[in-house]
Design a protein around this ligand. Structure first.
Ligand code: FPP
Ligand code: MG
Ligand code: MG
Length: 328
């Protein structure tokens, strides 16, 4: 189920729950296919019980205006479809076997089916976008460019002589924060929110999106598979250096030699992988990285200061804490 943010206002709670139900129906209708494999493969992750973080944000941003605006629920469906599309591709690239507690599409079928299903879902999002108008199409298309750019830069890694932490943060901004910012922006636009508040909500999305992915990267190391629905240590296995790894490398305390050797590249050996995971979990770099999540979440909260003091604002404030403490 959903995110479980404490929404203190009964009307907002009701609007949010009705809105999310509406989005669920639209997601299923949008992906329906006469092709049996596409139908099953696309339902596979769409119905696997995601948090619906992005649609929730779309609805909350819209709630600064009219949450029942005709474009709001379709926009929320668009961002979730785009997100899920990117997960099918991401799991191929990461060779991930588990997603949302189920076998990834590449594990359940194969890479080709997973890639084509991702393409299909992206096409489904585009069909919905066509009815939302050119501004929405442009927002989504520019976001898609950033998703691809972030994902590519993660794969390529930092250029020689550049700061790896800066590189990592720019990857996160493009591969994750971009779509979360777009989720807020589209909701605000279709809710008819005042232009300056649309910008504030998009900036909030960018920042809370950074916190969201930083927390995701921590979960990859410290998370429990039974709760996160993913297999821990995927980044380590693939040699994707996330913040705890970068901080551990930077501090390089005496006694860290074994860990640094283990995390110098991709890890194929299961014992080495388990050892690296255990050493990293105990390393102070983890709490430094947690501080960084908190900083982004606090920045996100501060961004909201100029918005009207409505229940949706308090829900977005609460969302900052949810992102920091999330376990899945
Ligand atoms: C998950 O990161 C991946 C992303 C946030 C972006 C993926 C983007 C693409 C594949 C390009 C765009 C493609 C389409 C079809 C829109 P992660 O691997 O760190 O997270 P995880 O732990 O959830 O796997
Ligand atoms: Mg991944
Ligand atoms: Mg990835």
């Amino acid at each position: 189920g959903g995110l479980g943010i404490p929404v203190v206002d009964a009307d907002l709670e009701q609007a949010l729950s009705a809105g999310l139900d509406d989005v669920e129906g639209r997601l299923l209708a949008a992906i329906k296919s006469d092709d049996e494999v596409l139908d099953e493969a696309s339902r596979h992750l769409v119905t696997a019980g995601g948090k619906r973080f992005r649609p929730t944000l779309t609805l909350l941003a819209a709630a600064f205006g009219d949450v029942d605006g005709p474009g709001v629920a379709p926009a929320a469906a668009v961002v979730e479809l785009t997100h899920v599309a990117s997960l099918y591709h991401d799991d191929v690239m990461d060779e991930a076997e588990l997603r949302r507690g189920a076998p990834s599409a590449n594990a359940r079928w194969d890479n080709t089916v997973a890639i084509l299903t991702g393409d299909y879902l992206f096409a489904c999002a585009s069909v919905l976008l066509a009815d939302l108008g050119p501004d929405s199409v442009r927002i989504q298309a520019k976001t898609y460019q950033r998703l691809v750019q972030g994902q590519l830069r993660e794969t390529v890694g930092p250029a020689a002589g550049t700061d790896p932490v800066e590189h990592y943060l720019s990857v996160l901004s493009d591969k994750t924060a971009s779509l979360i910012a777009a989720s807020a922006r589209l909701g605000a636009l279709h809710g008819g929110v005042a232009a300056e508040d649309v910008e504030v909500l998009a900036r909030y999305g960018e920042r809370v999106g950074m916190a969201f992915q930083l927390a995701d990267d921590l979960l990859d190391i410290a998370g429990e598979s039974a709760i996160s629905g993913k297999r821990p240590g995927t980044d380590l296995r693939e040699g994707v250096a996330t913040l705890p790894v970068l901080y551990a490398r930077r501090s390089a305390r005496p006694g860290d030699e074994r860990l640094l050797e283990l995390i110098s590249g991709p890890i194929t050996d299961d014992d080495a992988h388990a050892e690296a995971l255990a050493l990293l979990r105990e390393h102070p770099a983890m709490s430094e990285a947690r501080d960084e999540v908190r900083r982004w979440a606090d920045d996100a909260r501060t961004t909201l200061a100029t918005l009207p003091d409505v229940p949706a604002r308090r829900a977005l404030e609460a969302l900052c804490d949810t992102v920091v403490t999330r376990t899945r």
